[in-house]
Write a protein that binds this ligand. Structure first.
Ligand code: AMP
Ligand code: TRP
Length: 327
């Protein structure tokens, strides 16, 4: 199993519920590789600052959330050259027509595509290389990465087909949990994201319990009453988002939430939500803050991880070059 997060500063609730919380469960079942995708981060100029500090922060967040660095491989993408090498080879199997469909590129490039870096355009090919380099079979991600994973499957098939070989397994996306797409606390139509200018729109991993409470209390709802069933959620994205977050932390389903809160006020619901959220999140946050100061330990984990990842990567790159017919 392979997954990754970009070291772009400020991990938030979306990263936790969409990805990391699920990894903690999956590590029990799979051999896992958790990558800090720093080569992806540099596709956006702003993210080229503080790469090292941000990478250590992601490593601290992984470990604080419960990922075991002994059992799993945790490493930085730039420490294993096979990612870039395979990315080039795979780019030769990826028609531009496929890449032109990627909605994340369109969103990130904005109106002026001529000025967008080539790396931002080929970002999904590097992502396919990350996954296929380890012959991964399962990739847990948030909903927003589904399209990139479909492209990865297409590229794997194109490579296998052209070379008439079954080398790359076709990886399965694993999109699990009650909050696969966590929305902004201020506008239920926007994804929670670190680039939103309003800090009140998101819950950051390192926010204090008090700040988490304040953000939940101030989060947007609407003037309707507390919903009693799924039909009452229609057209109410902010309410749906808060209920999904509640379900993720309480490990309960929506029916439970409807039974418990129908007839009550949003303020009561928000009090309870703030409590369960900050109970789990502030423990992780506290651990992460402690770990961030243990630079030597974190660097050791990443170095050790890169050595283990390289062992697999080098073997596979050799094989891939042989398949391609390079001398
Ligand atoms: P990124 O920060 O873009 O590197 O994302 C890392 C992981 O977090 C990916 O698996 C994303 O799908 C997931 N993720 C990011 N934002 C959200 C969100 N708002 N809701 C759910 N998952 C998210
Ligand atoms: N593109 C992913 C994101 O922004 C991060 C990522 C890079 C990734 N390589 C990956 C996720 C490989 C899963 C597998 O969220």
């Amino acid at each position: 199993m392979f997954s990754g997060v970009q070291p772009t500063g400020k991990l938030h609730l979306g990263n936790y519920l969409g990805a990391i919380q699920n990894w903690v469960e999956l590590q029990k079942e799979f051999k896992c590789i958790f990558c800090i995708v720093d080569l992806h981060a540099i596709t956006v100029p702003d993210n080229r600052k503080d790469l090292k500090k941000n990478s250590l922060e992601v490593a601290a967040a992984y470990i604080a959330s419960g990922i075991d660095p002994k059992k799993n491989i945790i490493f930085c993408q730039s420490g294993v050259s096979g990612h870039s090498e395979l990315s080039w080879i795979l780019s030769c199997f990826a028609p531009m027509g496929w890449l032109n469909r990627m909605t994340q590129f369109k969103d990130k490039a904005g109106k002026n595509k001529e000025k967008a870096p080539l790396g931002l355009y080929s970002y999904p090919v590097l992502m396919a290389a990350d996954i296929l380099l380890y012959q991964s079979t399962h990739v847990p991600v948030g909903e927003d990465q589904k399209q990139h994973l479909e492209l990865c499957r297409d590229i794997a098939q194109a490579f296998n087909r052209f070379n008439n070989i079954n080398f790359f397994p076709i990886p399965e996306p694993v999109i699990m949990g009650s909050a696969t797409r966590v929305m902004s606390l201020k506008n239920g139509l926007n994804k929670m994201s670190k680039s939103d200018p309003s800090d009140l729109s998101r819950i950051n991993l390192l926010d204090s319990a008090e700040l988490i409470k304040k953000k939940i209390q101030k989060s947007k709802t609407d003037s309707g009453s507390f919903p009693e069933n799924d039909q009452h959620l229609s057209g109410r994205p902010e309410v749906e988002n808060l209920i999904n977050i509640f379900c993720s932390f309480s490990r309960e389903n929506r029916q439970y939430v409807y039974r418990k809160y129908s007839g009550k006020t949003f303020s009561e619901f928000k009090n309870d939500l703030a409590k369960i959220l900050s109970d789990e999140f502030s423990i992780i946050s506290k651990k992460a803050k402690e770990l961030i100061n243990e630079t030597d330990y974190l660097e050791n984990v990443l170095e050790e991880g890169a050595i283990r990842a390289n062992e697999i990567a080098e073997k596979n790159i050799k094989e891939i070059k042989k398949i391609m017919g390079f001398k």
